[in-house]
Design a protein. Structure first.
Lengths: 170, 469
């Protein structure tokens, strides 16, 4: 058996110096990546949570707000009140501070579900459920992260039973 | 000063015997940093998801509890329907992608419990327990008085990063997220639902429900309180419309929802009365029918005549016929109409109005209900096409003097119809009024905003479905 030739001290020291640099580079890359991912996901989740709360508040408000038409086509008054709750957390629209950056009325869809015939004569329709959601089409809400943009389409979606004041439902 | 390496400009260090230990230093540091990093990533990803999912499941419970509470009506069937409605709630979890597992739905007579699930209230359950009298059920039912719902759900959230940094021997790979909501039918004390008023069958003050005598009520007035204020719930076997009896008929639960104008006019109405008796107000003069095929007034209504001024028609808030008609057909309360609360003396705001012009409006409202042809309330409720337009909430008042007409509470009234089959229209009110006679409707019990029908009933005769917790 031929004994391994010892590596000269000078050569060993030179290789170790380089590996430390590489370890450092790899280490920083990993650290940056992981911390970047943590921040990115944390931020996106925080924003989504805020978005969910905004949509949930809108749906809850719609379920209680007096419904003032006898068809699934809601009035402007109803629409603006619900939209303002989602956008500003305030049904009057007096606030101008958005709960989420770049959230617009076009991002919000309001769907009123009812029972009966709204096109018949006489009209026999009455509301049963209120759904507020983020639009499913190109109007989905985009959250700008550091490393990319996440667009939510059709989510969150929240539905509440209508328990508000509709004279026809008492 | 230490010498430096000319190439790296780092201090020359004596390492002949130490570098072997330094080989693992970077590895150890990286390992420690990796644990910290995974912990941070776990907090960001796993905890972030848990918070989102908790909000999603809470929204599910809120919606489910409201849905279930809207069905409660003192009957086991209502409770079973509420259970099904809660479990059909559409809110999803996991970024609105996953159906929430079937929740636990429990019921109680008080928001603090004790709670019972639906197995204690079998459908079409045996009549037992305390008496429960609502418009929907004239029999006793074990579900009587149950007006609060608790919905609980639990989901397992898979964890991806936190288990890595967990020090426990048995690691947790799923986090249980529990949510709960309580909703119920909560008494409301004010409502502007209808411009009409009904008259109670006795005196009741909200502060002294038992001993009303001496509290501004006539000594002769019986003390009757909620939920029905002495009114009899409509008698399905003898509906208001029977071909001969129109107008007020307390014996079968039919009451005026508007006071007749106190004057000497009137006539007609198809009754076989003498000309001098053809005034609707005659109904209020005696217990015995003033004319053939007519009904005498109740004690309360006789008292009305005695205490009532001559300038009011029983409307309150609005005077113009167009305004009153708009209010009758409104899908929401008129914002210009003051909210009337139990205990309020509405005498100052009572107005006169043009009754005859509103007859068509009342008929329109009846005809907006697909079940406009049902003649009894139980048949109406059993008709799956009914949408509630024939039901109208009105303040129930007791006039104790010419200046005091206090709102006792609220009641739900079933508007009458002469339609004979589905698809036909009614012109009952148009035919049955001559401009001065009162409108009549069947009292059908308590009212509830947000409920499917009557609700459970409460201290004011009116309630609303609300979240409590």
């Amino acid at each position: 058996m031929i004994p391994a030739r010892p590596i000269p001290e000078r050569k060993r020291r030179r290789g170790r110096t380089g590996s430390a640099l590489i370890e450092m580079a790899v280490g920083w890359f990993i650290i940056t990546t992981v911390f970047g991912a943590a921040f990115e996901y944390g931020y996106i989740f925080y924003q989504y949570n805020s978005l969910f709360n905004a949509v949930n508040n809108g749906a809850r408000y719609a379920s209680m707000y007096p419904y003032d038409t006898n068809s699934p086509t809601y009035s402007d008054n109803f629409k603006h009140s619900v939209q303002d709750i989602v956008l500003y957390g305030d049904p009057t629209g007096s606030s101008s501070t958005l709960v989420l950056r770049n959230l617009k009325t076009s991002n919000i869809t309001i769907t009123v579900t009812g029972t009966g015939d709204s096109s018949g004569t006489p009209n026999t329709w009455s509301p049963t459920q209120m759904t507020v959601a983020i639009a499913t089409d190109t109007n989905g809400y985009a959250i700008d992260g550091v490393f990319g943009t996440f667009t939510f389409k059709g989510k969150p979606t929240v539905t509440y039973p209508f328990v508000g004041n509709y004279t026809g439902n008492q | 000063m230490k010498s430096k390496d000319r190439r790296t400009m780092k201090p020359n260090v004596e390492i002949p015997t130490g570098y072997r230990r330094r080989n693992g230093f970077v590895l150890m540091t990286m390992a420690l940093v990796a644990v910290a990093m995974l912990g941070a990533l776990g907090l960001a990803v796993d905890m972030g998801r848990i918070f989102i999912i908790r909000n999603e499941t809470q929204a599910f419970c809120d919606a489910a509890a409201l849905a279930a509470a809207s069905y409660l009506d003192n009957t086991s069937d209502g409770l079973q329907n509420g259970d099904a409605a809660a479990k059909a709630t559409a809110v999803k979890w996991n970024f609105s992608t996953t159906t929430v597992p079937s929740p636990t739905v429990e019921y109680a007579t008080s928001p603090s419990g004790p709670w019972s699930d639906k197995t204690n209230f079998p459908a079409n359950g045996a009549d037992s327990g305390a008496g429960c009298s609502t418009g929907k059920s004239s029999t006793n039912d074990p579900a009587c008085g149950y007006k609060f719902v608790r919905v609980k759900t639990s989901v397992q959230v898979p964890l991806y990063f936190l288990p890595v940094v967990e020090t426990a021997v048995t690691k947790t790979y799923n986090q249980t997220v529990n949510s709960q909501a309580i909703a119920g039918q909560v008494d409301i004390t004010g409502s502007p639902e209808s411009p009409y008023t009904g008259v109670s069958e006795g005196c009741y003050t909200i502060t002294t429900p038992i001993n009303a005598v001496g509290q501004g009520c006539p000594n002769s007035a019986p003390s009757v309180g909620p939920p029905n204020f002495g009114l009899s719930i409509g008698n399905d076997t003898t509906p208001c419309i029977n071909g001969t009896t129109n107008g007020n008929n307390a014996a079968v639960g039919c009451y005026d929802i508007q006071w007749p104008k106190f004057n000497s006019g009137g006539g007609g109405n198809g009754k076989t009365c003498a000309a001098t008796q053809q005034d609707a107000d005659n109904c209020f003069l005696a217990q015995s029918p003033p004319c053939a095929n007519d009904q005498g007034g109740t004690n309360a209504e006789i008292s009305v005549v005695a205490n009532w001024g001559s300038s009011t028609n029983g409307y309150w808030g609005l005077q113009a016929a167009s305004s009153i008609s708009a209010e009758v057909l409104a899908y929401v309360p008129n914002p210009n109409m003051p909210v009337v609360g139990a205990g309020t003396n509405i005498q100052p705001v009572l107005t006169s109005g043009q009754q005859q012009s509103q007859a068509n409006t009342l008929d329109d409202r009846v005809n907006q209900d697909p079940a406009n042809w049902e003649t009894t309330y139980s048949a109406y409720l059993a008709d799956s096409t009914h949408n509630g337009r024939r039901l109208m909430i009105a303040p129930v008042v007791y006039p104790s003097s010419s200046t005091s007409t206090v709102v006792q509470g609220f009641g739900l009234y079933f508007l009458l119809s002469n339609a004979t089959a589905a698809g036909t229209t009614s012109d009952y009110y148009k035919k049955q009024t001559d401009g001065n006679k009162p409108y009549c409707a069947m009292y059908v019990g308590t009212s509830c905003v947000g409920c499917k029908d009557n609700g459970v009933g409460g201290n004011t005769g009116a309630a609303a479905v609300k979240l409590i917790q």
